[in-house]
Design a protein around this ligand. Structure first.
Ligand code: ITT
Length: 198
């Protein structure tokens, strides 16, 4: 048995692999298929984009496929960068995205730097008529400067007050316990075994 995670993002791949270890199926990602073409994310919502990715990959490999579309919504920026989080500063470049976010929030005081990460997962399977769709989120504050070396994307700027850490100061296991993606995966875990038609 095999399941594919329709991602080329090594940070996401690592988080999925840390949850789905020791299972009776093999977990692959698009990092195992470097020639798989770029999937254009033309949707306006996380769910539309996750559906595009899940179906493109499912159709190519004829295997059960999970896609994650996710992003950061900052209240002071009216929900931006949202579905455009990966390419906020142009090309997909985490350092440039973080620098742009800090610039856009210049002068905004701590209590107004509220934000959330959102992750929508779409699980598509050749033998199931309907996709399984779940969503997770986590609330936090955008810090004044990056802290921590773990994680990816906006993690060094995403501060969780309850834990007094940014998401880049957590191990992958700690991050999965509280993160948007971890919360979405927990919902998926409750449902997928009874949904899937191998
Ligand atoms: P795939 O489409 O190949 O999965 P991607 O990075 O392009 O990879 P998205 O289109 O879903 O994925 O973009 C999500 C972006 O949102 C991601 O590149 C980060 O900038 C940000 N993001 C999402 N989850 C994050 C997390 O857990 N920590 C930090 N940043 C995150």
């Amino acid at each position: 048995k095999e399941i594919i995670i329709a991602t080329k993002n090594p940070g996401k791949a690592r988080e999925f692999k840390s949850v789905f270890n020791d299972q009776d199926f093999v977990l692959k990602t698009l990092l195992d298929f470097p020639d798989f073409p770029e999937i254009r994310e033309t949707g306006k919502t996380f769910q539309e984009n996750a559906t595009l990715k899940a179906h493109a990959v499912m159709e190519r490999f004829n295997l059960p496929t999970i896609a994650d579309d996710s992003g950061l919504q900052v209240d002071a920026l009216y929900g931006r960068p949202g579905v455009y989080s990966a390419r906020y500063a142009g090309d997909h470049n985490d350092a440039a995205n973080n620098a742009k976010l800090l610039m856009e929030l210049g002068g905004v005081p701590k209590e107004k730097r509220t934000a959330r990460f959102v992750s929508t997962l779409v699980f598509a399977n050749p033998n199931n008529d309907e996709d399984l769709v779940v969503e997770g989120e986590v609330k936090g504050l955008i810090g004044a400067f990056p802290e921590g070396d773990d994680g990816f994307g906006y993690d060094p700027l995403f501060y969780i007050p309850e834990l007094d850490k940014t998401m880049a100061q957590m191990t992958v296991e700690e991050k999965n316990q509280i993160s948007h993606r971890g919360n979405a995966i927990k919902k998926l875990e409750k449902q997928w075994q009874s949904w899937i038609n191998w």
